[in-house]
Structures are given as C-alpha cells and as structure tokens.
Write a protein that binds this ligand. Structure first.
Ligand SMILES: Nc1ncnc2c1ncn2[C@@H]1O[C@H](COP(=O)(O)OP(=O)(O)OP(=O)(O)O)[C@@H](O)[C@H]1O
Ligand SMILES: [Mg+2]
Length: 222
C-alpha cells in the first residue's frame, strides 16, 4: 500500500475536493483505494453519504495518543492506496501524515493568504523527522481554484515552484466540483470528459508518476 496524504494549514483550499476526486480517478484506473477522512469536519465522509462514490470513505480521526493504531488500521485496509484527507492545521494529524506518507499533496489557491499558509506547511513538514530511513516524503504542490484569465491564476504555479517542490498541473476554479459534492459523485462520474475531469486526471497522473507507479490509461469509463 502507498499512502497519499493531503494537507494544507489553510482551510477551504480544496483538500477534500482533491482527496475525493483523486480517489475516484485512481479507482477508475483499476486501483483499490481507501479514503481516510481524518478531519473532524468530516466533509469527505459527507460526500460519500449518498453511497455513489465507488470506494470506501472511513471517518477516522486519530486521538493524540492513538496515532500508532490509527496508522496500523490504515495499512490493514489492504487497498493499493490510502488517501488521507487532513484538517486545516499543522497539528497531530499533520505530523502523522508527514511521518507515514509516501506522497504529500499540498493544494494551494491563488491568494497570498493561501501561499503564505503553503510556505508554513512546507516549512513545518521539513521539521518533522520520519521514523523511516528515506527522509522527507516527496511533495507535490497543487495549484487549486485557478482562474487563468487573471494574473493571480497565472502566477500561482511559478510562485509555488519557489517553495522547492514539484508543482502538479493546476485545478481550475470550476463550479462542477461544488455540484459533484452536492450529488455525492466524483467529478469523473458527474461530468465525464469535462475540463474539470481532464484536469483531475492530469493531477492523478502526476501523483502516480511521483510515486513511481505506472500511469495506465483508465480502462473503465463511467
Ligand atoms: N476547483 C474548485 N473550483 C470551485 N470550487 C471549489 C474547487 N475546489 C473546491 N471548491 C469548493 O470550495 C469549498 C472548499 O473546498 P474543500 O472543502 O475541498 O476545501 P478544504 O481545503 O478541504 O476545506 P477545509 O479546510 O474546510 O477542510 C467547497 O465548497 C468546494 O466545493
Ligand atoms: Mg476538507
């Protein structure tokens, strides 16, 4: 199993949207996925309530003392991937994520508030030592809610690149993500072939490449 953790100190940057739709995209590519909603807000869990997602979402927030059993239970699920959707802070869940993740995804919107929080998130991650011999987890910065028709949208990817990690293809600001949540579907099911769907595929492929996984074409269209 490989663990993909999604984290950013700032709220509302699209962590849950990325977590759910990345899971959907990996499932569409034939991988098995468990989504661990480690945010007490439980937005990913709510997204799954209509039971239309096609993968399991576990609402499982670790207690401060329960980190080890939380990690063990994630591995026990035995799926190809576990995706952890974390809360908007740099507390104990974030620390666990950095300790166990094979890949850290850090979404960031095109505002200086988001960018400052992304910098703090990257800095905090680098302070956390891992119990693994391989140093820090690879980190992909994901520009989110991007409007390429304005300067801020055009600047976010180069600004993120200055943080010293790879930058994934961007996710545009698109109301389809809001609507997909409303009906309890992934973007690939709600709006197959749409620009939002294609963008999410590109982000999933960047994640797979960073994990050293083959990027197979989806064999099943929904
Ligand atoms: N690319 C996008 N385009 C338009 N709206 C988006 C996009 N991504 C997310 N949203 C919307 O923005 C809001 C916040 O998104 P989301 O819940 O994914 O962020 P979050 O980082 O998980 O927030 P929190 O920190 O509160 O957990 C939601 O209403 C969501 O539908
Ligand atoms: Mg969230």
């Amino acid at each position: 199993m490989q663990i993909i953790a999604i984290a950013q100190r700032k709220g509302g940057v699209g962590k849950t949207t990325l977590a759910v739709n990345l899971a959907g995209e990996l499932v569409r590519r034939g991988r098995s996925v468990t989504l661990v909603d480690a945010d007490p807000q439980a937005s990913a869990f709510d997204w799954a309530l209509p039971r239309r997602l096609g993968f399991v979402v576990r609402n499982d927030v670790p207690t401060v003392a329960g980190g080890v059993s939380w990690v063990k239970s994630i591995y026990k699920s035995g799926t190809d991937f576990a995706i952890i959707d974390s809360p908007a802070d740099l507390g104990s869940v974030f620390k666990l994520c950095v300790e166990v993740a094979d890949l850290l995804l850090l979404p960031c919107g095109p505002s200086s508030l988001d960018l400052n929080a992304a910098k703090q998130t990257v800095a905090r991650a680098s302070e956390i030592s891992r119990p693994l011999p391989d140093g820090q987890p690879p980190t992909l910065l994901v520009p989110t809610k991007v409007d390429m028709s304005v300067l801020e949208g055009q600047q976010i990817a180069p600004e993120l690149a200055e943080l010293g990690h790879d930058v994934a293809p961007h996710i545009s600001f698109d109301i389809s993500y809001v609507r997909a949540f409303t009906v309890g579907q992934t973007i690939s099911a709600y709006a197959p072939g749409s620009s939002a769907d294609l963008e999410m595929r590109a982000v999933a492929e960047a994640a797979l490449r960073t994990l050293g996984q083959p990027v197979r074409r989806p064999f099943r269209a929904r």
